[in-house]
Ligand binder design. Structure first.
Ligand code: GLN
Length: 379
């Protein structure tokens, strides 16, 4: 087997889902909803079953899907996006990030990754042959140190990966923080690869700023996102890269040879969702705010220490008081004895941090209440 396999393990997030099944625990580890997508999507899916398409779409995305996506994202990102020049449709943002990385990085290049990070970034970097440079976002505030970030840039990285709103920390980068990153990216001529899959899950008073919308940044940004979280369709595997034409050309090539294309029938069905009015997204934000509040109330009642998420649908809980020196052991115990599955925080941190675990709350209120009731036993 290849040497690259030594540099990353199996995804702990996916493994915890299996652990949850073993113990029949409520699965708050791998983040995905237990509720249906919007009705318009289900109806469209039914229609597509008989009307098709059932064969390949255009490799870089069906024209009507790109058109609808360009309209929606132009509105939200406040950028005039051209469906033919600025978009590649991928199999989830998982592929989008891989494509973005392979488009700008050569083997041996360096890539800045903030720690804690979503597991895939390290694997993506290594699969590309590149090497991560980690910059800590220190809990509980998850802020970076500007001098430390500058030192990372001084190592001449090819790209920086920016997950905003952030998984697992729930951080929403402030505009002034993004401006610091932008200035450094400009000074050191670095690409920025974003993961903005939680773009519509941001809790007031926090607001999402698209990195590509900062002055001068569109030219060096590969904005990756997906429809998974926004429309509760994580299994449909629909994502995309938005970037300027000279980068999109590369992305198209890589994407074509990696996967040929995202599922054509699902692209067709999702056009209806992309055409939903902005009220849909405001409703989504409000729904998640309610879920967050329901779940956090239980954490509070269970006297657990946690960081209040500003965005995304995860919450980091401090397990120090339980006296475990291994967060993975704690998560196994929690799934087995309490019946709730979480992800050990150490799988997100570069630093040897063992006192955090991550729950997600993208679940129906009843599920969150059932999990919350179980967690009260930790008191
Ligand atoms: N993003 C989700 C999480 O962090 C799951 C993604 C996945 O497992 N593909 O839990």
């Amino acid at each position: 087997v290849s040497k690259r396999l030594q540099f990353f393990g199996e995804s702990v997030i996916r493994r915890m889902t299996r652990v949850a099944q073993t113990y029949d625990a409520i699965n708050l580890s791998q983040g995905f909803p237990d509720f249906n997508p919007p009705d318009v999507l289900l109806q469209a899916l039914e229609r597509v079953t008989y009307e098709g398409p059932h064969q390949y779409a255009v490799t870089w995305g069906a024209p009507n899907f790109r058109e609808a996506l360009a309209q929606k994202q132009s509105r939200w990102m406040k950028l005039p996006l051209d469906p033919d020049k600025h978009i590649v449709v991928t199999c989830g943002s998982t592929e989008a990030m891989m494509v973005a990385m392979m488009t700008v990085c050569d083997p041996g290049d360096k890539v800045i990754v903030f720690s804690p990070f979503y597991e895939n970034y390290v694997a993506d970097t290594i699969l590309t042959g590149a090497e991560p440079i980690y910059v800590p976002l220190r809990p509980p505030a998850y802020e970076f140190d500007e001098a430390e970030l500058r030192r990372a840039f001084a190592q001449k990285p090819k790209a920086l990966i920016l997950c905003n709103p952030s998984n697992p920390s729930g951080k929403v980068f402030r505009r002034d923080e993004l401006e610091v990153i932008a200035r450094l990216a400009e000074d050191f001529d670095t690409f920025v690869i974003t993961d903005e899959v939680y773009e519509h899950i941001v809790y007031a008073p926090y607001e999402h700023t698209y990195f590509a919308s900062l002055p001068g940044m569109f030219e060096r940004t590969l904005s990756c996102s997906s429809l998974s979280k926004t429309y509760a369709i994580t299994g449909w595997r629909l994502g995309y890269v938005i970037a300027p034409p000279h980068l999109i050309d590369g992305c198209r090539k890589i994407h074509d040879f990696l996967t040929v294309g995202a599922a054509a029938p699902l692209q067709e069905a999702t056009v209806t969702a992309l055409q939903l009015p902005d009220s849909y997204y405001h409703g989504l934000t409000a729904e998640y705010a309610e879920k967050r509040d329901v779940f956090l109330r239980y954490l509070q009642e269970a006297e657990l220490e946690y960081t209040v998420p500003q965005g995304a649908y995860y919450v980091m809980v401090n397990i120090e008081p339980f006296g475990y020196d291994d967060d993975e052991d704690f998560c196994h115990w929690l799934a087995r004895e309490i019946g709730v599955a979480a992800v050990p925080g150490s799988s997100f941190f570069r630093e040897p941090v063992k006192q955090w675990i991550r729950f997600h709350f993208a679940k129906r209120k009843e599920t969150l209440e059932a999990a919350g009731q179980r967690l009260l036993r930790l008191k």
